[in-house]
Design a protein around this ligand. Structure first.
Ligand code: SF4
Length: 162
C-alpha cells in the first residue's frame, strides 16, 4: 500500500517536460518554512494499492507527457512500496522518466533500490534562509538536481545538465 495526498495531472515545475506528479503523504523531516505542511502528518492522505495507483497514473499520461514525479511529503518513507509502483508503471511504459524529490541527501538514499529505477533525484531539505527562485525545480540553493545514472556510475552526486 502507498499513502498519498494528491495527484497533479500536468506540471511543468516538478521536473523537465510535462509531468504527472504524485504527492506522497507523510514526512518526518523538519524543514524550517516547509512549503507542504499538510503533507507531513503520517496519518493523512489515503492508502491505495500499488496496482491501483499505477493504473491511475498511467490513465493520466498523454502523448505530451515526459514522465512522472514523486514528491511529498517525504517519498523515501515509502521507498520500498514505490519500487513496486515504479516497476509496474515501467513495465507498461518504459519510455517515461521518473523524478524523485527527497528532503534527504543523495548520499543518504543512494543505497536504496529505488535509485536503480529513477532518473533524477532532487535532494536536500528546504532551507528558508537559502531560498532560491532562480530554478523552478527546487526551493533553496542547497538542493541539487542530480543525474542518477551518472551519479551511480561515478559513485558520487553528479548534477543534471539541463
Ligand atoms: S521534506 Fe518537504 S514536506 Fe518534509 S518538512 Fe521538508 S519541505 Fe516539508
Amino acid at each position: 500500500m502507498i499513502r498519498f495526498a494528491d495527484i497533479i495531472d500536468e506540471s511543468v515545475v516538478d521536473g523537465l517536460g510535462i509531468r504527472v506528479v504524485l504527492f506522497l503523504q507523510g514526512c518526518l523531516n523538519n524543514c524550517e518554512g516547509c512549503h507542504n505542511p499538510d503533507l507531513k502528518p503520517l496519518e493523512g492522505g489515503q492508502d491505495i494499492k500499488e496496482t491501483e495507483l499505477a493504473d491511475i497514473l498511467l490513465d493520466r499520461i498523454t502523448p505530451l507527457h515526459r514522465g512522472i514525479t514523486l514528491s511529498g511529503g517525504e517519498p523515501m518513507l515509502q521507498a520500498d512500496n514505490l519500487v513496486k509502483l515504479i516497476s509496474i508503471v515501467k513495465s507498461a511504459r518504459p519510455d517515461l522518466d521518473f523524478w524523485l524529490y527527497t528532503g534527504k541527501l543523495y548520499e543518504e538514499v543512494a543505497g536504496h533500490p529505488i535509485l536503480s529505477l529513477v532518473d533524477v533525484v532532487v535532494d536536500g531539505p528546504f532551507i528558508r534562509s537559502q531560498r532560491d527562485s532562480s530554478c523552478v525545480f527546487y526551493g533553496s540553493a542547497n538542493q541539487r538536481v542530480l543525474d542518477v545514472r551518472e551519479s551511480r556510475k561515478l559513485g558520487k552526486a553528479v548534477e543534471l545538465k539541463f
